[in-house]
Design a protein around this ligand. Sequence first.
Ligand code: SAM
Length: 242
Amino acid sequence: THFGFKQVATNDKQSLVRDVFNSVAGKYDLMNDILSFGTHRLWKHYAITSGNIKMGDKVLDIAGGTGDLTMEFTRQVGDNGQVILSDINTTMLHEGRKKLTNKGIFGVEFIQLNAQYLPFKNNTFDCVSIAFGLRNVTNQDQALEEMYRILKPSGCLLILEFSTTNSVLLKKIYDFYSFKIIPKLGDIIANDKTSYQYLAESIRKHPNQKTLKNMVLNAGFDFCEYHNLSSGIVALHKGVKV
Ligand code: SAM
């Protein structure tokens, strides 16, 4: 245990993750803005502009939730391109569809899927993204192998995820914030403490920059580079299939 929170065994993980996102879906966007002080928009913007996406490209947004990345991708690929918003959770997908429709974005395909089993042929996509999703996946190596398989040669993988900061002071502040403050805010604003405890715990357990880079390479990717955002609180890993 860490800060008194229960560790979650892997076999329970998928049902826990389902409960968490069923519970937070309706307030997901609001909570992101509050808990990150709006910074998640900048992290996502950085990720989206790092994909070298061109007009006409095919893009798959995995664990896409309420569709923040998908929205930007649709602009980048234009009318001849295709963007798929996918997520394991239909409640989150519904929120995503509602938001895209409200913003007048049409033509996106919505697919419910588990990142570990991607129902596409080899060499299908120019870009595959997963933002703040990988840490929720039970078998991350399997998911990365699947992403490699469905990318076209010269296709690019974007993983945006919480990571490890190397600033000792920032780590202290951040640990306090995520283990003490976030669950409280989750309780007050979303009436759901448990889900936000899971959030903090899952961030702490997620592999650091170097480990994730090796996982990406082990899954078959020929190159992987990462870029720290907010001193490593978040990192963008970019994998390329040659
Ligand atoms: N990408 C969105 C964003 O950045 O705002 C949503 C991120 S949200 C923190 C994580 C999402 O991962 C949830 O919508 C959840 O349902 C989804 N998820 C969890 N496990 C998954 C899996 N095994 N396969 C696909 N999606 C999954």
